[in-house]
Design a protein around this ligand. Structure first.
Ligand SMILES: [Zn+2]
Ligand SMILES: [Zn+2]
Length: 171
C-alpha cells in the first residue's frame, strides 16, 4: 500500500483504498490474531506543506467474531484511526516525539501498510463479547443463556445454601 509523494504539490488530498488483509504485506511482520474476512476500507487524508506531510487514516472493516462467553458468531465493525506526521527536515523533530517521523526529501513514496496493520492490531478487542451483558453458556447444561433460561443455577445455589446450613449445624 504505497502512497506516491514524489510529485505531490503542497495541498490536501484524500485517497480511498479497499484491500484484503492478505494484500497487506509488511516487512516488520506485524501479525494479527484475526484473519479479517472482508475488505479493509482505508481513507487516507494527506496534507503536505513545505516542511511536513501530515497523514491521517481512517480504517474500517466488518468481521464475524465468536463471542468469548456464549460462542455465538456475530458481526462487528472494527474502526480505527491513526495519525503520522512526516517531517522533511530532521532538525524539526522535537525531543524524539513518537508522532513525528523523519522522511528524506529524496524519498518518493510512503508505505502505509505497517501503520494500517498496527492500527488494526490495536483495534481488535482483548475480550470479544457479542454484547456487554452477554449471559454466556450455562456451565451445567451448556445452554446459551441469552436464548433460553435454564434452572441449573438456581438449583446449584440452593444446594450451596443447604450445605452451608449443614456445616453450621455440625459445628
Ligand atoms: Zn455472547
Ligand atoms: Zn443450565
Amino acid at each position: 500500500m504505497i502512497l506516491q509523494i514524489s510529485n505531490m504539490e503542497n495541498g490536501t488530498y484524500e485517497y480511498k483504498f479497499s484491500v484484503f488483509q492478505n494484500q497487506l504485506i509488511n516487512t516488520k511482520q506485524v501479525v494479527l490474531d484475526v484473519a479479517f474476512e472482508n475488505p479493509i476500507e482505508i481513507i487516507a487524508t494527506v496534507e503536505k506543506n513545505e516542511t511536513q506531510i501530515y497523514l491521517s487514516e481512517k480504517i474500517k472493516t466488518l468481521h464475524t467474531f465468536s463471542c468469548d462467553r456464549c460462542l455465538d458468531d456475530f458481526a462487528k465493525e472494527i474502526n480505527s484511526t491513526n495519525q503520522t506526521i512526516f517531517v522533511l527536515n530532521e532538525n524539526e523533530i522535537e525531543n524524539n516525539n513518537d508522532e513525528f517521523v523523519f522522511i528524506s526529501k529524496d524519498k518518493l513514496e510512503i508505505d502505509l501498510t505497517e501503520g494500517i496493520l498496527e492500527s488494526l492490531f490495536i483495534s481488535i478487542p482483548m475480550k470479544i463479547l457479542c454484547k456487554e451483558n452477554c449471559l454466556g453458556l450455562c456451565l451445567k447444561c451448556g445452554k446459551n443463556k441469552n436464548v433460553s433460561k435454564c434452572r441449573c443455577k438456581i438449583v446449584q445455589s440452593k444446594e450451596n445454601w443447604k450445605q452451608k446450613l449443614l456445616s453450621l449445624k455440625n459445628n
